[in-house]
Write a new protein. Structure first.
Length: 148
């Protein structure tokens, strides 16, 4: 335990605190003394005990106001966090849907490509048969013309 000399209401006090907390205790005492002096200037000399009570009530009021604001901010952060999670979930779902659509389109494109290749093969086959038939016709026509 450490001992710290502090000044409050123009009086010196020796207080104990945990090691390493000396500066914090000095700051807190200085803050409390400032609040106390402000109220003393505002309200006059109404007695040290009454002034200490009013100072304490004011500080507790400020504390509860801050605590309420912190709670409200936490609620807002939770709400924002929930909205973010919802948006994230929607984005993931949207991506999955688009990935599925792309997969379907790729399959359709592959099937279309196969159909084109099959039709191209069929066209080439028909072209070959037609060419062969024409060659036969021409050959037959030439043979007939030689006979005459």
């Amino acid at each position: 335990m450490a001992n710290v000399n502090v000044k409050f209401n123009n009086k010196d006090y020796l207080l104990s605190c945990d090691d390493g907390q000396e500066e914090s205790l000095k700051k807190l005492t200085k803050f409390l003394d400032k609040k106390y002096s402000e109220l003393k200037d505002k309200l006059g000399n109404i007695g040290e005990n009454k002034l200490l009570l009013i100072t304490t009530i004011q500080l507790i009021d400020e504390y509860f106001d801050l605590k309420q604001k912190v709670t409200q901010q936490k609620l807002k952060l939770d709400e924002i966090s929930n909205k973010f999670k919802e948006i994230r979930s929607l984005a993931i779902e949207y991506k999955k849907d688009k990935d599925n659509e792309i997969h379907k389109l790729n399959k359709e494109m592959e099937n279309f490509k196969k159909t084109i290749e099959e039709n191209n093969d069929l066209y080439e086959s028909l072209l070959d048969k037609t060419t062969q038939s024409l060659e036969k016709i021409i050959s037959n026509t030439e043979s007939l013309s030689k006979i005459q």
